[in-house]
Design a protein around this ligand. Structure first.
Ligand code: RNT
Ligand code: ZN
Length: 420
């Protein structure tokens, strides 16, 4: 699209939004505070680099075998650089522990050290971005029986405690080196396929393990801990040890962040509704924005009502400084880099749309009992010229406008991905 056309459309949109009291320039300026942490695992189907052929386990699945999957750290970095070049704004990197730079050496998870991640830290420094980190408590012989931190096998439990301890220490180092706090997220797949008897016993184990692994408190400027709950996983249908209730309690009691993954609840529950509840009791949250279809299928994020409510609730309440935004989708059935960019841009759009809402007027209607007016206004807002504002934002950020990024992905596929 020509620059002139983008500018013209923006000028008209700006007037239309101004008529309902919305400042589009201010919204665009505010987008600098929307920093999305890019989950490295969309590049290689959550494989990582511990072994040449990793088998994903732990109740999560990446389905599909589209060509072009990243198989080396250099390829992940190249893919991420491509993704970054197609996104407006400033992002972060979200790395899992299995993505260490092990240089062909077999390093078990209770042995990993900062030196295995230094090249990632350096890469983030080069890119001028912050870094977040995750212990990887899945796809490992010691999680094969379905348990990690909540294991009743003391040797296994200790192994995972050591892994988590190391991951937290490394996160603090990452945050320190990069001058931006690293959010460390703990998710475990632990649970049972069929009716358990000792639910309590496993939860006692999990609490004990978290207490042990989180004994050291790191400065908040270096790292922050998040804990991620889940309703169920494939093969773990009857009980998940780390349920929402469990982690809500743990986070409130221990001043941790709650990670809300919108694939981890009953499909009729909305994470957008949880934000203002949870933030009454914890300082910050972490989001894993994803698109569950019938189950936690981790489809590519699209601009749907669930994601919109999440973004709107954050913007309406000025919660951006208390919300760390992460993504959690992995589609192996389509061009992975295309999936990445589409899903991230959809999430960014939701935030920009939220910023173009005349929230004050809507609250006034609500408080005056004008619920028809509120409904009508929300409906009309849906078809306001948002795309003109989005395009102008992309233009200003020097990234492809509108559909232009599709051709860039096709080119990258031809030149890079298909040659792998
Ligand atoms: C699994 C959790 C978890 C993982 C990643 C790979 O259901 O959502 O966040 O997807 O850590
Ligand atoms: Zn998640």
């Amino acid at each position: 699209m020509s620059k002139d056309l983008v500018q013209k459309a923006y000028d008209i949109a700006k007037e239309q939004y101004a008529a309902i009291g919305v400042d589009t320039d201010a919204a665009i300026a505010k987008m600098k505070d929307v920093n999305i942490s890019l989950h490295c695992w969309q590049t290689d189907d959550v494989g990582g680099f511990e072994t040449a052929d990793s088998d994903l386990s732990g109740g999560i699945q990446a389905t599909g075998n589209y060509p072009g999957k990243a198989t080396t750290i250099a390829e992940v970095k190249a893919d991420l650089e491509k993704v970054l070049s197609l996104l407006p704004g400033t992002q972060r990197l979200n790395l899992h522990a299995i993505y260490g730079d092990f240089k062909g050496e077999k390093v078990d998870r209770d042995q990993i050290e900062v030196k295995h991640f230094q090249s990632w830290i350096d890469w983030c420094k080069e890119q001028g971005i912050g870094m977040d980190f995750n212990a990887s408590c899945f796809s490992h012989p010691r999680s094969a029986d379905g348990f990690t931190l909540s294991s009743k096998d003391e040797e296994n439990r200790k192994f995972w405690v050591e892994h988590l301890k190391r991951c937290r220490a490394m996160s603090a180092e990452m945050g320190k080196q990069l001058g931006s706090p690293c959010v460390h997220n703990t998710w475990i797949p632990d649970g049972m396929k069929d009716t358990p008897i000792d639910r309590n016993g496993y939860r006692i184990q999990l609490k004990k393990s978290l207490d042990e692994a989180m004994e050291i408190d790191y400065p908040k400027e270096h790292m922050k801990d998040a804990v991620e709950s889940k309703l169920f996983g494939i093969g773990v249908e009857s009980m998940t040890v780390g349920s929402h209730d469990f982690y809500m309690g743990y986070a409130i009691k221990n001043n941790k962040l709650i990670c809300l993954d919108n694939g981890h609840f009953h499909p009729t529950e909305q994470v957008g509704d949880k934000i203002s509840s949870v933030l009454q009791f914890v300082d910050e949250i972490l989001l894993h924005i994803t698109r569950p279809i019938r189950w936690d299928s981790d489809h590519v994020v699209t601009l749907n009502e669930d994601v919109q409510l999440i973004a709107s609730e954050i913007i309406r309440n000025d919660f951006l400084s208390r919300v760390n935004i992460g993504l959690d989708f992995f589609d192996a059935s389509i061009n992975r880099i295309g999936a990445y960019v589409t899903g991230t841009r959809a999430s960014q759009k939701a935030f920009l749309i939220a910023m173009l809402e005349p929230t004050k007027s809507l609250v006034e209607m609500e408080e005056a009992g004008q619920n028809f007016e509120r409904l009508a206004m929300l409906e009309e807002l849906k078809t306001m010229p948002f795309s003109a504002v989005w395009d102008y934002y992309c233009l200003k950020e020097n990234v492809p406008v509108g559909m232009e990024y599709i051709a860039e992905i096709q080119e990258y596929e031809k030149e890079v991905l298909f040659k792998r």
